[in-house]
Design a protein around this ligand. Structure first.
Ligand SMILES: Nc1ncnc2c1ncn2[C@@H]1O[C@H](COP(=O)(O)OP(=O)(O)OP(=O)(O)O)[C@@H](O)[C@H]1O
Ligand SMILES: [Mg+2]
Length: 232
């Protein structure tokens, strides 16, 4: 069974479709990069995948084993950067969705939090205030937080959007290393070159689905022509 499968899924808001006829699947060990212009429905697809948005039609299936084992790094909104909390507290809060209504952390949670901070090279700033970090440090902290939650599947919505080129490359290298260690990754990206370099599969969204398949078969020039409506 695949971890996630979309069959002829149409998504939208208040009866207005945003993206139609999405059919794709994600299997264990895949690294799927989601491409498409602003407003093409990438974040909407992610919301539906997480179960925050019901499809207008079609069917979304999630492997039941995934429950509580998804790490999610949402698209950055400026307001989210103001948590009055330390880096450690932000990362530790990633353990929360394992807990249901019992929000107390145990030793294992704290050990996991420390392991993820070390992995992302932020152990030395654990005590600092999250809101005072640089953009790159914030993304590392939020990625560590997502990793505390991610047993099997990591969802990233444009994690490199606010980063300078060096920090962006570091983040892509990190995600690639996580994938190599066995993590299944779904990443929304505005960086087709890195997506093509790193991902095993590409999903390219337009008003309909423009491409889903292995990266090796992704004919980007042809897809871009279809995206611009030059060929059908
Ligand atoms: N909560 C909402 N209610 C109504 N419309 C929405 C809502 N969220 C998104 N939309 C609309 O749905 C469309 C797709 O939005 P979405 O955020 O999925 O795009 P995106 O591909 O992630 O774009 P970007 O690259 O800018 O992040 C847009 O036209 C947007 O205005
Ligand atoms: Mg988006």
């Amino acid at each position: 069974m695949s971890l996630i499968s979309f069959e002829k899924v149409t998504l939208g808001y208040e009866g207005q479709p945003v993206v139609k006829d999405l059919t794709f699947e994600v299997n264990k060990g895949d690294y799927l990069c989601v491409l498409g212009q602003n407003g093409s429905g990438k974040s909407t697809m992610m919301k539906a995948l997480l179960g925050f948005l019901a499809p207008m039609s079609g069917r979304i299936t999630r492997d039941p084993k995934l429950k509580n084992a998804i790490g999610y790094l949402p698209q950055q909104e400026p307001a989210q950067s103001d948590f009055p909390a330390s880096v450690y507290e932000v990362v530790l809060s990633g353990c929360q969705n394992r807990k249901g209504f019992f929000p107390f952390y145990n030793k294992a949670d704290r050990a996991l939090c420390e392991e993820k901070m070390a992995l992302l090279g932020i152990a030395d700033i654990a005590g600092r205030s999250f809101k005072d970090l640089s953009g790159g440090q914030k993304q590392r902290a939020l990625l560590a937080r997502a990793l505390c939650a991610a047993g099997d599947l990591l969802l990233l919505d444009e994690p490199a959007a606010a980063l300078d080129p060096v920090a962006a490359e570091e983040l892509y290298v990190l995600v690639r290393a996580l994938h190599k260690k066995g993590m299944t990754v779904i990443m929304i990206s505005h960086d087709p070159e890195r997506a093509i370099r790193d991902a095993t599969h590409i999903l390219h969204l337009g008003q309909e689905m423009l491409y889903f398949g292995p990266t090796a078969d992704y004919d980007r020039p042809a897809i871009l022509k279809r995206e611009r409506g030059e060929i059908t």
